[in-house]
Ligand binder design. Sequence first.
Ligand code: CTP
Length: 422
Amino acid sequence: MNSFATLMARGLPERIFGCLKRMGREGDRLGVGVYLVGGAVRDLLLGVRNIDLDIVVEGDGIGFARWLARRMGGRIKRYDRFGTALLVLRPGIKLDLASARRESYERPGALPRVSKGDLQADLYRRDFTINSLALCLNSARFGKLFDPYGGRKDLEEGVIRVLHKQSFSDDPTRIIRAVRFEQRYDFSLEQETESLLKEAVAGGLLSRVSGQRIGDELILILKEKRPLKAIKRLDEFGILSFLCPGMKVDEELFHQIEGAFSRLNFLKVEHWTVYLLALVWGIDLKRALQFARSIHLPKRVSALIEDSRRGKGKVDRLLQLSHPRPSQIYRALEGLSSEILVFLLAREAKPKLEEYVGIMVRELSKVKLIISGNDLKELGIPQGPIYRRILDRVFEARLDGKVKGRADELGMAERIWREDEV
Ligand code: CTP
């Protein structure tokens, strides 16, 4: 095996490696060139685990995917418009297959016009040299590295470099991607690439891309392990304020959120949404919501933005109480999602609040009343809004440990009703 074949054998799970070898043999049979390309090759060379596999076929990518599904057992999902297919092989291995293609852009930010091309053209249409590497999978050349644009050297030197001057205007989302890769791997932007990026920002190229695509890239940044560095870099290039005037990074808050994630690991949290809350915290609610809509963030994120403001008021009131009862803790924190709890905790940085959240999550949220409306009916209480009032009060008494067991609950319900009648 050559050194890159060994790298694949060592860096990929055995099942996947076996799959790639088999794909190469199937390519031989059909007489088409088959290559592993893009991020997976980059990460193999860097020694980073990545099983997001993109395959380029010099020939009919969809046809080849269909052939593989039949021969190896699996199914495909076709994306005709892009000439790509998702191949899901039986043991659950997923691969993206595409025909090698050339792309041309009619205007900045537009989706590309696609035509057939060879591997070299396919690599040329890509964002950065480090993502323009390919490993051949065909048997005779298995593991041969194709590196027409110097990607390997740039990987070794830690450089993010575009392939040509038009790259950012062809696809302005690359402005955000450049920052993401630079910060993820602790690389630097090559000098000319940095100038081109600055020109692209100054020229307002980002406004030519759909909000959805900007949103997708911003989410990818927020999903990085430690997004603060990349967010700071976006700010440095004036990209944050371009995306939303007034948007700034609160470094302290980001650090506190990182800390809160590790301390509160018993909470199930969608991390990136908490960072998003931090990003828009300094902006008034109306504009923050407008921003979220403009980049097509999911509706649940807009709801979180609203809840974070509402939750702050509730938490502030709770923190003013010197010894809140469990029921007061419950009422202040009920309905706030884990994301909001982590965010507010990080923001407040108050040990008391952390204690309350712990009590809420571990104990109070598990408390259930034994009695229900049916029991109130059996007590002869006429149905109406009073049911909610009674059950709420009994529940709070349960939380505060003032009633225990069914008989206690019933007794209290009856007392409340009688008092109410008086
Ligand atoms: N690509 C590109 N321009 C873009 C998006 C993607 O040239 N705007 C190319 C790159 O070659 C990239 C490949 O498509 O390597 C796959 O894209 P994607 O899955 O988004 O990124 P990865 O490089 O796999 O990075 P990640 O580790 O973040 O998934």
